[in-house]
Write a protein that binds this ligand. Structure first.
Ligand code: FES
Length: 114
């Protein structure tokens, strides 16, 4: 069964500095959004699955991976999968860009507080 996402605006393309995370809120969810050097934008929940937690927006992007300097973790921004030897899963969100505006897809959430 196909899920239906609603897409919420989180800023314009120019609001996203390359390789540095930017935080946006979609409903109750805090999302970290990253623009990589290839011009691709990825959105993940701004919450490290590490037992001690921490915001992922402070990580460093290289290609399609996010490096969390706090725990020395590497996370696949496409799948949300934490890379071995560490384990975990970060929630990912679909991103679309339309007319220079960046939208993050989420299921049944309140409109974004940009
Ligand atoms: S419904 Fe599939 S990406 Fe939104």
């Amino acid at each position: 069964m196909e899920e239906k996402h609603a897409y919420y605006p989180v800023g314009t393309v120019n609001d996203f500095p390359a390789q540095i995370g930017r935080v946006a809120h979609v409903g109750e969810v805090e999302i970290a959004i990253f623009l990589n050097s290839a011009g691709e934008i990825y959105a993940v929940e701004n919450k490290n699955p590490h037992p001690k937690g921490g915001p992922l927006a402070e990580g460093i992007v290289s290609g399609t991976y996010l490096y969390d300097p706090l725990y020395d973790w590497k996370i696949d921004l496409k799948t949300g999968l934490v890379q071995a030897p560490d384990e975990g899963m970060v929630r990912t969100f679909p991103v679309i860009v339309k007319g220079g505006i960046v939208f993050v897809g989420a299921l049944a959430l309140e409109p974004a507080k940009v």
